[in-house]
Design a binder for this molecule. Structure first.
Ligand SMILES: NC(=O)c1ccc[n+]([C@@H]2O[C@H](COP(=O)([O-])OP(=O)(O)OC[C@H]3O[C@@H](n4cnc5c(N)ncnc54)[C@H](O)[C@@H]3O)[C@@H](O)[C@H]2O)c1
Length: 256
């Protein structure tokens, strides 16, 4: 996956939303490659459970309770991470949720604000927390999570979430280009449906996932590992010319 053998050994990744789903998969994949894992999640017991899985592989993990919607919480998490490991080489912003599904005219200000807080502000706070540290130590890689929904607009159910993820893509591009000459790369991944607790956490009706899968040419959802392996590649030295863009991982489409 990396060009240099043992590229990830001893390097540190800070992951938000690592208590489950794609974040937990990334924690285990980076641990497999020998990285130190900073496992952060709003759910303390979920973060500890992921950290224990990493430790079972004989790798270093630090579990921290972090609510990405709070700048203070993220700043505290980043401080604990750098105190423990000295350097954060990679940031993976996986925490995210659609919060609730809603037709456009029924979206409340509260729903939009909460959706922006978790998906956009969380990504923004974490990037602002890590970038001064990365710049001081000569570089780093940031991977954000967008969604196919950003391309489709989420009509009928998820315009609030699509707008938040569209903003994540724009911010990813801006950060990537602003810091491109200082050895910082910043990318996003736009998955189609992924088999995680995400739909439950987003209060999706049961038929929602079936409809999403029907729209995918491969006729199945991705497994979390199929997204998380891309995070590893993006962070590796095999991917040094790629920055700013989002990469679609969607079983062949779902652009309807
Ligand atoms: N699963 C999908 O179908 C899908 C599709 C496209 C994009 N995504 C995106 O992928 C990312 C990961 O989602 P997932 O599928 O792993 O979902 P998931 O629900 O399985 O995991 C999300 C994790 O984030 C944590 N979290 C929620 N709010 C948080 C907060 N405020 N602060 C810190 N942690 C918080 C949860 O506790 C959970 O452990 C999200 O950004 C999501 O929007 C998911």
């Amino acid at each position: 996956m990396s060009k240099t053998p043992n590229f990830f050994v001893g390097k540190t990744i800070f992951i938000t939303g690592a208590g489950g789903g794609i974040g937990r998969s990334a924690a285990l994949i980076f641990a497999r490659e020998g990285a130190n894992i900073v496992v952060t999640d709003i759910d303390e017991s979920a973060a500890i459970a992921t950290a224990n899985l990493v430790k079972e592989k004989g790798k270093e993990a630090l579990a921290i309770t972090v609510d990405v919607a709070s700048r203070a919480s993220i700043d505290n998490g980043m401080k604990l991470a750098t105190n423990r490991f000295g350097r954060v080489n990679f940031l993976f912003n996986s925490a995210g949720a659609a919060v609730a599904r809603s037709k456009f005219l029924d979206i409340t200000d509260q729903l939009l604000e909460k959706t922006l807080a978790i998906n956009l502000y969380g990504t923004y706070y974490a990037m602002q927390a890590v970038l001064p540290h990365m710049l001081e130590r000569g570089g780093g890689v940031i991977v954000n999570v967008s969604s196919m929904t950003a391309k489709r607009g989420g009509p009928g159910t998820s315009v609030h979430y699509a707008a938040a993820k569209g903003a994540v893509d724009s911010m990813t591009m801006g950060v990537a280009r602003e810091f491109a000459d200082r050895n910082i790369r910043c990318l996003s991944i736009s998955p189609g449906p992924v088999n995680t607790q995400f739909q439950a956490a987003s209060n999706s009706p049961p038929e929602f996932m079936q409809r999403a899968i029907a729209d995918v040419p491969m006729k199945r959802a991705a497994e979390a590992d199929e997204i998380a392996e891309l995070v590893l590649f993006m962070c590796s030295d095999a991917c040094e010319y790629m920055t700013a863009n989002t990469v679609y991982v969607n079983g062949g489409g779902g652009f309807r």
